[in-house]
Design a binder for this molecule. Sequence first.
Ligand SMILES: Cc1ncc(COP(=O)(O)O)c(C=O)c1O
Length: 395
Amino acid sequence: MTKDIETRCLHLSEEQERENFRSTFGSVSFPIFQTAAYVHPGVRDDYVPGQDHISLSAGFNYSRESNPTRSQLEKIVAQLEGGAGALAFSSGMAAITLLFELFSPGDQVVVDVDLYGGSVRFFEEIARRHGIEFIRADFTKDDVEALTTTKTRAIYFETPTNPMARVSDIAKLSAVAHRRGALCIVDNTYLSPYFQNPLALGADVVIHSGTKFLAGHHDVIAGFLVASDPDIVERLRFLCTTTGSALAPFDSWLVLRGVKTLALRMERSQENAFKIVEWLQGQRRVKSVFFPGLPDSLGYEIMKRQARGFGSMVSFEVESKELAISTLTRVKTIFFAESLGGTETLLTYPIAQTHASVSEEGLRASGLNDRVLRLSVGIESVRDLVADLDQALNG
Ligand SMILES: Cc1ncc(COP(=O)(O)O)c(C=O)c1O
């Protein structure tokens, strides 16, 4: 029987747990294997000179390739997303960069207009220089299929998007990608595997900034790729081993510890988010609230179909740029800081922070402007959060 997701945040299969029990002295907390190399008992009989990945010891050789603490985390994240395997990276951007090693000059990727600014910067400044062509589209309006060509290798999007909370239909876009023999790649950072599993809806690769909800405590930078096809997992592992962007043992342990409380944190922060959204909607100086849990939001019906929750990321537009800036500097319990998905509530100014490198045209297309603030709702008392927002906005 498949265990519920709350349990899968903490436990692997019974067989894997038995194996762990033997190799970790029965310790309840999975140990940090802080080692670069592993001692080998000898050379295997089937050793072939020059062949890659010859295993000389009990499965581990060198921590750039693999490490027991990182492997444990990768197994947990793979089972949470329902993938054939997962890889843990030193950041979300390291994961995205590595993923693009799957593509060659001349390949085309169709991407949504509203994306994390760092991803846009990578596409524009680096991947494009390496010959990858990008077609940008508004996935909520444009006919994505009509934009694909014989050179299309992937369709790439976030849902909900950072920061405008726009929603795309994962099953529909996966089918579009597959009709072209292309990959459907979904950045699932905003909802985490607790609320949404894109692979189950047909996507091929899931990306996470593990820095966010998975780790959950604003204390570590990490990233993940999870794929449904074992051949893609194997190819990504080869690329990661070769280029060396995997997550360090201690950081892997921090994420492992964070994931244990994923279910509790997601539920609590979502509950807080709904109450804050309701309060924001009643504020004269707040002009719009962008939250996919609002029944009148554009993607609400799709969200209800494809996700188990709406998350805790809330963006809102205030009446002026001046008010946006003064709110940022006046919050006290809430921190003015650039991240999301952790225990503490953070307020971010996307146009000057996360999306500072997005072009004017890109901003126009996504709808982001200098009056929009992004709130990553944490697990504090919602009464204290609302009081803080009230004094910052209206005081
Ligand atoms: C949606 C999304 N994807 C990817 C990233 C990049 O992750 P990292 O900051 O861990 O490199 C971020 C960072 O904010 C993000 O919000």
